[in-house]
Design a protein around this ligand. Structure first.
Ligand SMILES: C[S@@+](CC[C@H](N)C(=O)[O-])C[C@H]1O[C@@H](n2cnc3c(N)ncnc32)[C@H](O)[C@@H]1O
Length: 264
């Protein structure tokens, strides 16, 4: 195993080892401390303006969700259920964004659709700070229809939300993990498709986008073969703005694939 393979695991000795699920849990899978993760970056310095936005708005926007292995963990307590209606103070169509990055799509879409609620999952705190700064820039403060969970979506979405609660699930430009030996870290897999399917409302849609052709093909292979899903569109997702990942992909000669799946 190489050093970069090891980076995908929460190994004994990391701060995440204080938890009670070291041997696994029926809801979050076997040995979550040793799971293969779809991300590496979590921390890092925030520019002053992003930190200031974090200090001003994180308390309102970033949900205080209990974590299974203590404060530094990315694993949400599998026993905890989020009351979405209570969080947003209303019942509205819910968009769940997996890996919101710097919040480009989140802020544009939530501003355009004040009648929808947006729940984003992101493990990279500087990205959340950036999203908060963008909200402030766009509207002078946090958006009342946006909340963020700072945790691993791949694990949290198995248990945190009620089945059928998402109107849309977005996975835009997931980390591509281009090396073959890292493909196991790609978030779009059969297992994650099961998780998303459980979450989708009867008329719900899972929207994906990537600038990596082989990842797009792998997505098609796994999701087209899933008996619970059917491809409904390859058009650009209606609310998806051009982000720096799309721009960079195009500049480097890659084409963008959009996919939308509904319940079969
Ligand atoms: C390549 S970026 C794309 C960000 C954004 N969707 C965009 O299009 O600009 C992927 C993001 O997903 C986040 N991420 C990866 N795996 C995740 C997981 N399991 N749970 C939550 N966030 C995750 C990463 O931290 C990173 O910020």
């Amino acid at each position: 195993m190489t050093a970069s393979d090891t980076a995908g695991f929460e190994t004994p000795g990391s701060p995440d080892t204080s938890g009670h699920y070291a041997l696994g849990h029926p809801a979050i899978g076997p040995r979550p401390l040793a799971r293969t993760r779809s991300f590496t970056r979590r921390g890092g310095r925030m520019p002053r303006t992003h930190q200031a936005a974090w200090d001003r708005h994180a308390e309102q926007v970033v949900l205080d969700v209990p974590l299974a292995h203590g404060d530094t963990s990315t694993v949400v307590d599998p026993a905890y259920r989020l009351d979405v209606e209570q969080v947003f103070g209303r019942r509205a169509p819910l968009v769940v964004e997996v890996g919101s990055g710097a919040g480009d799509a989140l802020v544009v879409a939530a501003t355009a659709r004040p009648d929808w609620d947006f729940l984003a999952f992101e493990v990279w705190r500087p990205g959340i700070g950036h999203a908060l700064a963008k909200m402030e820039q766009a509207t002078g403060g946090p958006l009342s229809n946006v909340r963020v969970v700072e945790a691993d979506a791949q694990v949290a979405l198995r248990t945190l939300l009620e089945p059928g609660s998402a109107h849309e699930v977005w996975t835009f430009f997931p980390d591509p993990w281009p090396k073959a030996r890292h493909h196991k870290r790609r978030i779009v897999s059969r297992d994650f498709a099961d998780t998303v399917l459980r979450l989708l409302a009867p008329d719900g849609v899972w929207r994906l986008a990537t600038d990596w052709q082989d990842y797009a093909e792998a997505m098609r292979q796994v999701l087209d073969a899933h008996e619970g899903l059917r491809l409904v569109s390859t058009d650009r997702a209606p609310l998806r703005p051009v982000t720096r990942f799309e721009r960079r992909g195009v500049e480097e000669g890659r084409s963008i694939t959009d996919l939308a799946y509904a319940r079969a």
